[in-house]
Design a protein around this ligand. Sequence first.
Ligand SMILES: *Cc1c(COP(=O)(O)O)cnc(C)c1O
Length: 371
Amino acid sequence: MPTRTNMPVPKSGIMDISPYVGGDASVEGLARIIKLSSNEGATGPSPKAVAAFQAVGAELHRYPDGGAGELRAGLAEMYGLDVNRLICGNGSDEIISHLIQAYAGPGDEVLYSEHGFLMYPLGAMANGATPVKATETAYTASVDGFLAAVTERTTMVFVANPNNPTGTYLPQSELQRLRAGLPDHVLLVIDSAYAEFVTRNDYAPGIEMVSAHDNVVMTRTFSKIYGLAALRVGWAYCPTEIAMVFHRVRGPFNVNAAAQAAALAALRDIRHTDEARAHNDKWLPWLQGECERLGLDYIPSVGNFLTIEFGTDGPHSAAAAQEFLRTKGILPRTIGGYGLGGHVRFTVGLEAENRAVIAALEAFLSSGDGA
Ligand SMILES: *Cc1c(COP(=O)(O)O)cnc(C)c1O
């Protein structure tokens, strides 16, 4: 191959990034797929959200409302929030990226936990900042681990609560202890993408912490319980000053019109959201119980997914499990990129999907070692 020496060269650090690889979506030769690789809500979007999306089809020549005014007003009303402190993004991923762009650059350190969501280190590297991993305890973010990793270069700390791909969470008291231990100039971002699924009394998504402090942002998404991942819409609650920073770096029309309309309709369909939560409350414990019956270790989860441990070696390794499931059209998520090469993450699916997963795992475990 000829070497091309006169090509434009990206800024240093960009080529060190391993591009994000999404969950599998198809298997060649199989028409029917059980896709459990991206934590999209099992029960799908509200029919009202779909109708709102379709209605936008008649107005495609119009730019969207760049300030996402109705959606932000809807969020403010639903949660009792100050509308000026609400921002919307093209997925919460966009909010995360722009916050890092605004608050971290070369020489700065961005902290995240050992098995934390990969968007944080990717976003740090894209901006020339240094991602730094804090140690965890039992696959759970550790406040002491975070605080021990803070240096004078730290400008941001990211904690997904609950975390993806582990499904573990920190109680509100621990998040408060984390914030209290950080210097005031360090921005704490609480990524509560799965907040709507969590049914624990000691859990809080972070709204009160944002209200009470100048250095906390909470991000949320319509991609998970609301089932609108295709439309890319997320939101955040933040100090007004940080909202004003975000408005300076975001695209003027960053959230498209269909996304805004569908998200608002989804938000208002409380019954649909309650049903999605109830579905998860039924099937997550069922999956955990079935793992116990099959002798499979898992990481206890409060999200809409379950990470199961298979190990890295032998006939029943994570890679072997994934391969076996693939032949049955079942697509979970391998998470070697998270330092969890012996684990596989499964989104909670519909009843038939969950039953198919367990039946397939049972067949897998009884195969291969002389059975
Ligand atoms: C899925 C997910 C997101 C959501 O991303 P969107 O860009 O809003 O689709 C954010 N954080 C975590 C931890 C997630 O798992």
